[in-house]
Write a protein that binds this ligand. Structure first.
Ligand SMILES: CC(C)(COP(=O)(O)OP(=O)(O)OC[C@H]1O[C@@H](n2cnc3c(N)ncnc32)[C@H](O)[C@@H]1OP(=O)(O)O)[C@@H](O)C(=O)NCCC(=O)NCCS
Length: 221
């Protein structure tokens, strides 16, 4: 069924689609991206605590204080956002399909309000991703970021996606560049988290990554 569309006042040509809901779970060649399971909150909290309790994982993450209480609150908040009628936040559990096992989290959160969009702002989302250390180096982040953006771009009516990463986070920069993101700005002393100040960098994409050349998709692992 075609979705409603509107023309921008400024150019009269660009179609701005009205957001719909993203259909979940999303399946990439090797991964499954799913909502948190409301029926098993304790297990979800344990998974996230394990993830954020690993210093290797958080070493280049300038976000959240972590810890038990913060994780419990985070999970409660995520479960609430999953129920929202006009859903703006998709923070999803990443699993390896072959083994049905936990691999990490990724998120796409629409950050512009409808009022801002009506005033001409691009509908913008912020992207994030974090994988457990034993999952690194298999091309999973590249695979999930590209797939998530392709799947979400049209349904969410996205016009711009931003990612803020720690300065000199080369693996993360590579994941973003492969998905078509471009470096836009240095953000010195962008935030203060876990007792220190963080220099960050802003990357942004203005379109979804092109479809993969090979239908098999995944690179390795
Ligand atoms: C950053 C992260 C998501 C990458 O996940 P991944 O699945 O290992 O990433 P991919 O395999 O898709 O690609 C990473 C690329 O960066 C490269 N890379 C890794 N470390 C690097 C480094 N120090 N310098 C340069 N390149 C590096 C990898 O070799 C790979 O490139 P290649 O395929 O050409 O070999 C993962 O390390 C992670 O979750 N880290 C902790 C959380 C985090 O920092 N999230 C970032 C946003 S807040």
């Amino acid at each position: 069924m075609p979705r409603p569309a509107e023309r921008t006042a400024s150019t009269g040509t660009r179609i701005r689609t009205t957001p719909t809901l993203l259909s979940l779970p999303l399946l990439t060649p090797r991964l499954r991206l799913r909502d948190l399971c409301a029926a098993d909150t304790a297990a979800e909290i344990a998974l996230l605590e394990g993830l954020y309790g690993d210093d290797r994982v958080t070493a280049q993450m300038p976000f959240w204080p972590y810890g038990h209480t913060a994780t419990v609150n985070h999970v409660k908040r995520l479960l609430k956002t999953q129920q929202a009628k006009q859903r703006r936040a998709y923070e999803l559990v990443v699993e390896v399909r072959r083994t049905a096992s936990f691999a990490g989290l990724c998120g796409l959160v629409v950050t512009t309000t409808t009022a801002e969009v009506n005033r001409g702002a691009p509908r913008t989302a912020e992207l994030g991703y974090v994988l457990a250390a034993n999952r690194w180096g298999h091309g999973y982040a590249t695979e999930l970021v590209q797939h998530l953006l392709r799947a979400a771009w049209e349904p969410l009516g996205l016009e711009r996606v931003e990612a803020i990463i720690a300065k000199d986070h080369r693996a993360s920069a590579k994941v973003l560049q492969r998905a078509g993101f471009q470096w836009e700005a240095s953000l010195p002393r962008f935030t203060r988290v876990r007792g220190r100040s963080w220099d960050c960098e802003l990357y942004a994409a203005a379109s979804a990554p092109p479809a993969p050349r090979s239908p098999r998709g995944g690179r390795r692992g």
